[in-house]
Ligand binder design. Structure first.
Ligand code: GLN
Length: 248
């Protein structure tokens, strides 16, 4: 299953965050340590997103293993940001290998990643996707993650608070596809909202900095495991973890 990472804190280069640490996201693309539910490498593409000076979300995504992209290391050295969401992908069987399918997905305001799969795809999600606009469906890559993103965006566009939108999305997907794995990660530039539903997630805090990641990277100290079936809300000052169970 894919690996993802979200960072809020002092400005860092993408290289410092994603390429240079011990057991970096780059290393997790070929040697992940905690894959649950299948997959041995994350070689079906990758992406890194940040927010530009105008506040718009930008994402560099490619349908190749992170370690084969000759341009990314140069870009990663030059791009510095206080907010980053990145992922390496192991495509779920039957889903296309394409840049559009790589996280982070974005509409320019949010960065979104999904680590997992929706059970019974595509029939299960079709029950929920019926309420999507046709344009949403056409612009989305034909993956479970893209439909999850379209469904979440609908809630966000309607003004639902992001933590509630994520919680409600998990609840409604589990209602039609209870065997799903739903580690979601959403960022508006200031907050990270993440879920654990049968995949690994760790969080590390230090003064003015928070990182959430499927697997720890960098110094091993201070990483805490986020329990399964939880919602995490984090900014640079606070981390709050609550159970998703009572709403499922
Ligand atoms: N199901 C999603 C995809 O295929 C996520 C895959 C994963 O977490 N391995 O893109």
């Amino acid at each position: 299953m894919c690996r993802h990472l979200g960072y809020l804190g002092p400005e860092r280069s993408l290289a410092e965050l994603l390429l240079e640490p011990a057991h970096s996201l780059l290393e997790q693309s070929w040697d992940p340590h905690d894959m649950r539910g299948g997959g041995t490498v994350n070689a079906d593409g990758f992406g890194a997103g940040w927010f530009g000076d105008d506040g718009r979300a930008v994402a560099y995504r490619a349908a190749v293993p992170m370690w084969t992209d000759v341009s990314f290391p140069q870009v990663a050295t030059q791009i510095r940001a206080p907010t980053v969401v990145a992922a390496v992908r192991s495509a779920t069987v039957g889903m296309p290998v394409a840049a559009e399918a790589c996280a982070p997905l974005s509409d320019g305001r949010w960065l979104f990643s999904h680590n997992g799969k929706v059970g019974g795809w595509p029939d299960s999600l079709a029950k929920l996707a019926g309420r999507l606009e046709i344009t949403d469906m056409l612009t989305a890559a034909p993956t479970d993650s893209a439909v999850l993103w379209a469904l979440l965006r609908q809630r966000l566009d309607a003004g639902e608070p992001p933590d509630r939108a994520v919680r409600e999305l998990v609840r409604e997907v589990l209602a039609v596809a209870p065997d799903s794995r739903l580690n979601l990660l959403l960022c508006d530039g200031h907050r990270l909202i993440a879920t654990t539903w049968t995949h690994s997630l760790r969080v590390r805090r230090s003064t003015g900095t928070v990182t959430v990641a499927s697997e720890p990277s960098g110094p091993p100290q201070r990483w805490a495991e986020v329990p399964d079936r939880c919602l995490l809300i984090a900014d640079t000052e606070h981390v709050e973890v609550t159970s998703l169970e009572e709403d499922s």
